[in-house]
Every structure is written in structure tokens, then in C-alpha cells.
Design a protein around this ligand. Structure first.
Ligand code: AMP
Length: 474
């Protein structure tokens, strides 16, 4: 019987979501009569760039939890929704995008459960590297699962180890889970935020206007949307608990070393966010400036691949003295190209997504700046469009170094062998793209932009912040 359960558990874990890119938010209103779910809904809009597959809100009214979640964008899931059904002064929300998972409604978050601590709801951003082991362990102990997500193992562990209360449950769970996790949880009269000991993904704390409560959010852009004041970032390994006694912190009892995912800065976070004290926009602009100083290119105009290449292109133009111009217009009504699961669909999507301004391109020598090159598909298409529009020369610049290693901590990168920088040399990539030249931001330049050694740059240098088990890499 045990063997059978283990076999079944393996089937479940094999189909787990390898990559979870998500946004989380939690709101605590001091006034118990207030409805926090409205605010969470607005916050989800501001975090929509962090995940477009599903959206959900769990509202806590006096310890009783109601959830509404589904596949789709926040606006689609909650279109015409009667928010009085999600009453309560505490609410948490989640937007999710996963690639390798089942993409089913049941995997949408927040997740909720009844346990000895009461009703609990949890929203998770990140990816555990020991998910398979944990799931096997829990299954052996008789746990059952409704989803294939590693987030459900976290929820199980918190509840299972919570005989001494929620704080003990959290601490025990944190000692067992390995990988990247930002958690926003609600239980009883509490809103709780947790960041893993490396602080791999961001979580910040804000104060609602007129001291009316608190917000926890993946990015500061969600605080802006709620007109909340930024208080501080949650520290690596820290647990923050917000309840009628205000905001309390449980500092990590063990060694923590900040290793914020550099891809948050390069691509993932919104440029108007400040992550761990650093402006995302400024970070990208500086990458562009460094790129320009690496090599002199004679060109007429610097153009960006919108949107994430824009700040770097502006920085490039500033540092090189070559004017910045627009050549590519993004169709605002399409989701990210990565939403489409098939490579062929992705190719088509790039064509629909970006249109060229022929007038600005024809007969000109262009420098095209993008944030990163992962598979190379997007830029190859773009270079083709620009040639069709009459560009005289196309010099491609990547505002980050060569992506040579897969991420196991929550950023969607394909398996190593699919990364173009693993398959080909820079010269071969340049040829593949059909460009006249290709320049990557050097690792040295990125180091200078980062200033401090507080970033995980494993996608570029392979130095993972912790050991990644072979099963997590498979
Ligand atoms: P490609 O080289 O065709 O794989 O596409 C790379 C482009 O996709 C980059 O310029 C980014 O703008 C975007 N991108 C990079 N990483 C991700 C990711 N994890 N999820 C979605 N889009 C991404």
C-alpha cells in the first residue's frame, strides 16, 4: 500500500510546476467593518505583470475564510463580481503564471485549508528545490493533496507542525523547506508575511493612508496603487505578523544571506518599483549605460524592445550620445509571448505583438536594446521585422549577460539545453539573429551596476545560492 501511495505521489510530483512566477499581496484593515478584498483586487492589477494565468483572493472575516479564484487575468476573474461575498478586514491575493504545470483552476491560489489552528489561506511566490522530497515525506505520513503545487506542501507543513501555534508552525516549516518562497498568509485575526532566508524574491510592507492598516506586497508598485506609504522591505528569513497589536517581527534565528534574484531587476519587476531599496528603472538604465561604455558602435539611433528594454535603451542613448528613438510599437492588448505554450505559437505571437515604425527605421543604422536573450526567438523575429522595414544595419545589445543556466527558484527559464547561449557562441548567436553585431552586458559590468554582492546571478554564472537536488534539475 505504501509503495502504491509513493508511486502515486511520484506521478503527482513529476507533473509539479517547475517554474512559478507569481505576485502576492495581503491587506489588513484596522477597522473590522472594512472590506479588504477591494484593496487586494486593485493591488492584483498592479501586480498583473508577475503572472497572467490565474488570479485569486481569500478574505478573512473573523477567522472564517472565503475564496474566489480562477484562471485568467484579475480583471477577468473578478469581472462583475460582488465583493460583499469576500467580506472581512483581512484579505490576501495572488496572480500566477506557471509553465510546466497542469494550468488547471485547482492550482490557482490562494490555497486554503481547515486545520487545528483554524481556517488558513496562503499565497506563495517562488519555487522550492526540495518539493519532491517534502511531498513524498508528507504522503508517507498520510497527507492528501488537491494540487500539484509545492505551495500545498508548505501549507501542509505549517498546519502539521503548528501544535504550538502558527508561529511555531511557520518556523518549523521554514526549517524544512528549501528554495525560494515569499508567503502571504491569513489565519485567525492575523495577516502574515514571510521571506525565505536568501530573500530571493521581494516582499515589502506598506501602511494604508490615515494609519488605517497595512499592506504586504511583492512590489512597491502595488503600494502606489493603494496609495499606501512604503514602510520597509521584509528582511530575508523574517516573519512579519500584523494583527490588532500592530506590526510585529520575528527575526530569523539562523544565518541568512541576501541573494535577491537579479532577474527581478533585469526583467521581471515593474520599472516603477523599488526593490530592496533599488529603483528597478535606474538599475536597467545603468545597465544600458554600461553597455554603451563596453564598445563603441557607429549608429544613427538607439531603439528598445518594449517594454522591458526601454530603460536600458535610454541609458545607452544617454551614455553614447546617439539619439533614442522609437521603432517598435507594442500591441497593448496582448499578453506576454511566454503565455503561449507552443514554440510555433510563440513565433506568431511576436509578429502580432510588435509592429515597426518604418519611417524611423528605413535606411538607418540601428542599435536595438533588449533586457535579455533567453531562447533568442523573440529577437530573431524582431531583427527580421526591422530588416523588412528597411534597416541599414542592426546592432543588437542585451542589457544582461548570456543566460547560461536554468533557474530553479521561480523564474521561468527553459531547460539548459534550450538556452541559446548554451547552444551557440556569441558570434553564432549574432548570425542566428541575423544581426550585424551582438553585444552582451559583461558580467563585470553587471557586477558594477549591482554595487553590492546581494544578488543571485545564477542564471548568468551558475553560482546557485544553495544546492539544487538532481530531481529538481530534471
Ligand atoms: P527569447 O530570447 O525569445 O526566449 O525571449 C527573451 C525575451 O523574453 C526577453 O527579452 C524578455 O523580455 C522576455 N523574458 C525573459 N525572461 C522571461 C520570463 N522568465 N518570462 C517571460 N518572459 C521573459
Amino acid at each position: 500500500m505504501k509503495r502504491l501511495i509513493r508511486k502515486f505521489s511520484n506521478v503527482l510530483t513529476m507533473s509539479k510546476e517547475l517554474h512559478e512566477e507569481c505576485g502576492v499581496i495581503g491587506v489588513y484593515c484596522n477597522d473590522e467593518k472594512k472590506n479588504a478584498s477591494h484593496l487586494v483586487y486593485y493591488g492584483l492589477y498592479a501586480l498583473q505583470h508577475r503572472g497572467q494565468e490565474s488570479a485569486g483572493i481569500a478574505a478573512n472575516s473573523g477567522g472564517s475564510i472565503e475564496i474566489k479564484k480562477d484562471l485568467g487575468l484579475a480583471g477577468e476573474v473578478f469581472r462583475g463580481y460582488d465583493f460583499s461575498k469576500l467580506s472581512g478586514n483581512i484579505a490576501i491575493g495572488h496572480v500566477r503564471y506557471s509553465t510546466a504545470g497542469d494550468g488547471k483552476q485547482r492550482s490557482a491560489q490562494p490555497l486554503a485549508a481547515f486545520c487545528r489552528l483554524g481556517e488558513i489561506a496562503l499565497a506563495h511566490n517562488g519555487n522550492l528545490v526540495n518539493a519532491e522530497t517534502l511531498r513524498e515525506m508528507l504522503t508517507d505520513e498520510g497527507a492528501i493533496f488537491h494540487t500539484t503545487t509545492d505551495s500545498e506542501s508548505i501549507l501542509n507543513l505549517i498546519c502539521q507542525h503548528g501544535s504550538g501555534g502558527i508561529e511555531a508552525g511557520l518556523k518549523n516549516a521554514m526549517s524544512l523547506i528549501k528554495g525560494a518562497y515569499v508567503l502571504v498568509i491569513t489565519i485567525g485575526g492575523k495577516l502574515i508575511g514571510v521571506r525565505d532566508p536568501y530573500g530571493l524574491h521581494p516582499l515589502c510592507i506598506g501602511k494604508l493612508s490615515n494609519d488605517s492598516g497595512y499592506v504586504l506586497a511583492s512590489e512597491t508598485c502595488a503600494l502606489e496603487a493603494l496609495d499606501a506609504e512604503f514602510l520597509r522591505d521584509v528582511k530575508p528569513g523574517e516573519i512579519v505578523i500584523i494583527d490588532k497589536n500592530g506590526l510585529n517581527s520575528i527575526e530569523p534565528s539562523h544565518w541568512c544571506k541576501k541573494k535577491l534574484c537579479v532577474f527581478e531587476m533585469v526583467y521581471f519587476a515593474r520599472p516603477d518599483s523599488i526593490v530592496d531599496g533599488v529603483s528597478v528603472y535606474e538599475f536597467r538604465r545603468k545597465c544600458g549605460m554600461k553597455l554603451a561604455s563596453q564598445r563603441k558602435i557607429n549608429a544613427d539611433v538607439v531603439m528598445a524592445v518594449p517594454d522591458s528594454g526601454i530603460p536600458a535603451a535610454i541609458g545607452y542613448a544617454e551614455a553614447s550620445g546617439i539619439p533614442y528613438g522609437e521603432g517598435l510599437i507594442k500591441n497593448k492588448y496582448m499578453g506576454r509571448t511566454f503565455i503561449l505554450p507552443e514554440q510555433a505559437m510563440r513565433d506568431d505571437a511576436v509578429r502580432i505583438k510588435l509592429a515597426t515604425i518604418k519611417h524611423n527605421i528605413e535606411g538607418r543604422r540601428l542599435i536595438i536594446v533588449d533586457d535579455s536573450i533567453v531562447r533568442g526567438t523573440t529577437l530573431r523575429r524582431i531583427v527580421g521585422h526591422l530588416r523588412d522595414a528597411g534597416a541599414k544595419e542592426i546592432h543588437v545589445c542585451s542589457a544582461s549577460p548570456e543566460v547560461k543556466y536554468s533557474c530553479y527558484f521561480g523564474i521561468d527559464t527553459p531547460h539548459r539545453e534550450k538556452l541559446i547561449a548554451v547552444q551557440k557562441s556569441p558570434d553564432e548567436i549574432c548570425e542566428f539573429l541575423g544581426a550585424d553585431s551582438l553585444t552582451y552586458l559583461s558580467e563585470e559590468s553587471l557586477k558594477e551596476v549591482c554595487c553590492q554582492d546581494v544578488y543571485c546571478k545564477a542564471c548568468f554564472d551558475g553560482n546557485y545560492p544553495m544546492e539544487v537536488p538532481a530531481d529538481a534539475m530534471a
